[in-house]
Design a binder for this molecule. Structure first.
Ligand SMILES: [Zn+2]
Length: 245
């Protein structure tokens, strides 16, 4: 188990959907942003399945979720880009076309550290999370070697580290003391997801909404405590670290 990478100059977090990055590594990105890192988000799908309302207008949901993702990035203090690849939510694949795009953005943004879903997490149900994880891994392989996708006409780029969140076998912790509030603020910025992923029903009575919000915050903080305990810190985010890239 290792603790704390040096704050990178540039970090690129790759998520399947708007909000995945904040759940997986929001506090770490807030910490690095405060240390001067340029933090970018790369979101693979359009998030159009993120509603339990069968009558939802999905075209406007997509735009809402992009705006929420930008607000969440600001809440983390991130000063980089939010890039949306806009693949269909629920139908993400990790084929050559998708890999081409991820490699393009790794070469363009030149991250020191890439963060993504652990594609090898056992018993994972959501295919988008698995494919987004594979795209982070395989996008790095394509981006780092000069003969892959030469038509991109971009310099190849080899990041120094890959951190996989939701890790099946975590072996690295980032101490995030002082950055839990930023993570919570960023999660709350995904207002269209309050009901479906955070259990906050805004149509309920005010005191119930308050209680649901408090319960969500408590669960999130408990998660940081659990991750921190792996390496003896009060609040942490745990990852699988791959640094032989
Ligand atoms: Zn997701």
């Amino acid at each position: 188990m290792s603790l704390n990478l040096p704050a990178p100059a540039v970090a690129l977090a790759i998520g399947a959907h708007p909000d995945d990055v904040e759940f997986g590594c929001g506090a770490t990105l807030a910490k690095w942003s405060a240390a001067g890192a340029v933090v970018h988000h790369l979101i693979c799908t359009d998030g159009a399945k993120g509603s339990w309302d069968p009558t939802a207008d999905v075209a406007s949901l997509v735009l809402t979720r992009q705006a929420e993702q930008r607000a969440a990035a600001r809440a983390l203090g991130a000063t980089g880009q939010c890039v949306f690849l806009d693949w269909v939510d629920g139908e993400l694949d990790s084929g050559v076309r998708q890999r081409w795009e991820v490699a393009y953005w790794i070469r363009t943004l030149q991250p020191t550290v890439v963060l993504g879903h652990d594609p090898w997490k056992r018993y994972r149900l959501h295919p988008d999370h698995r494919h987004a994880g594979l795209l982070a891994v395989e996008g790095i392989v394509a981006a780092r070697d000069p003969h892959f996708f030469r038509e991109q006409a971009l310099p190849h780029h080899r990041p120094e580290a890959l951190l996989l969140f939701e890790a099946d076998e975590p072996d690295h912790v980032e101490d995030v003391a002082g950055f839990a509030d930023a993570k919570l603020a960023a999660l709350h910025a995904h207002t269209s997801q309050l009901l479906s992923t955070m259990g906050i029903d805004e149509s309920a009575e005010v005191h119930e909404v308050e209680a649901q919000r408090a319960a969500f915050d408590e669960r999130t903080l408990a998660g940081l405590a659990d991750h921190g305990r792996l390496e003896g810190v009060a609040e942490g985010e745990a990852f699988k670290l791959i640094d032989e890239l």
